[in-house]
Design a protein around this ligand. Structure first.
Ligand SMILES: NC(=O)C1=CN([C@@H]2O[C@H](COP(=O)(O)OP(=O)(O)OC[C@H]3O[C@@H](n4cnc5c(N)ncnc54)[C@H](O)[C@@H]3O)[C@@H](O)[C@H]2O)C=CC1
Ligand SMILES: CC(C)CC(=O)C(=O)O
Length: 166
């Protein structure tokens, strides 16, 4: 494990000059997990391998309130991508109409922006999601006092209605 880490650091030191606007520092993954929770604003770009990234991104998801809020893009050099919510199939809540659909919708917005060059449409989706949240609508995973808790279907309908008004 540590030998791989040393190689990782050597490669990052070699590549860093190609990204002069990114300040490079190194962190072991256990500390990174703690720092993400303790002081998340210190991070901007995190470069790591698949397994560590998978675990750190789930921890980071909770900074947004729920993993149901977090979209993702996996991009190649020419902008082709695979877009998906960070979460999995959530089998424990399947069929209960409680899953948060916003990460999926925000993943579509990322696809429009990064692969299809449709930035205006991406912004429209994001604004619709923002306006529904501003209106106090919440699925169960992000429910809080004073807000109205609704199901997956109703959240989808609310975003669609807000989208039509944008
Ligand atoms: N990117 C991917 O393709 C991923 C796929 N998976 C797959 O999904 C399946 C289930 O894996 P789990 O470990 O249970 O992870 P999961 O992400 O499906 O669920 C973890 C927890 O988060 C909750 N959750 C997930 N999405 C939610 C949403 N939209 N709204 C509200 N709550 C939500 C679930 O109810 C569960 O309590 C497995 O087959 C796994 O391999 C899991 C994670 C990522
Ligand atoms: C850890 C994996 C089995 C599931 C996962 O998180 C993924 O597929 O992204």
């Amino acid at each position: 494990m540590l030998e791989v880490t040393i190689l990782w650091r050597e490669v990052m030191e070699r590549l860093a000059p190609e990204y002069p606007d990114v300040e490079l520092s190194h962190m072991y993954v256990d500390n990174a997990a703690m720092q993400l929770v303790r002081a998340p604003k210190q991070f901007d770009v995190v470069v790591t391998g698949n397994m560590f990234g998978d675990i750190l991104s789930d921890a980071a998801a909770m900074l947004t309130g729920s993993i149901g809020m977090l979209p993702s893009a996996s991009l190649n050099e020419s902008g082709q991508g695979m877009y998906e919510p960070c979460h999995g199939s959530a089998p424990d809540i399947a069929g209960q109409n409680v899953a948060n659909p916003l990460a999926m919708m925000l993943s579509v917005a990322m696809m429009l922006r990064y692969s299809l060059n449709e930035n205006a449409m991406a912004e429209r989706i994001e604004a619709a999601v923002g306006s529904v949240l501003d209106d106090g609508l919440r699925t169960a995973d992000i429910a809080s006092e004073g807000m109205r808790t609704i199901g997956t279907d109703a959240m989808g309908d609310a975003v669609l209605a807000a989208f039509a008004k944008q």
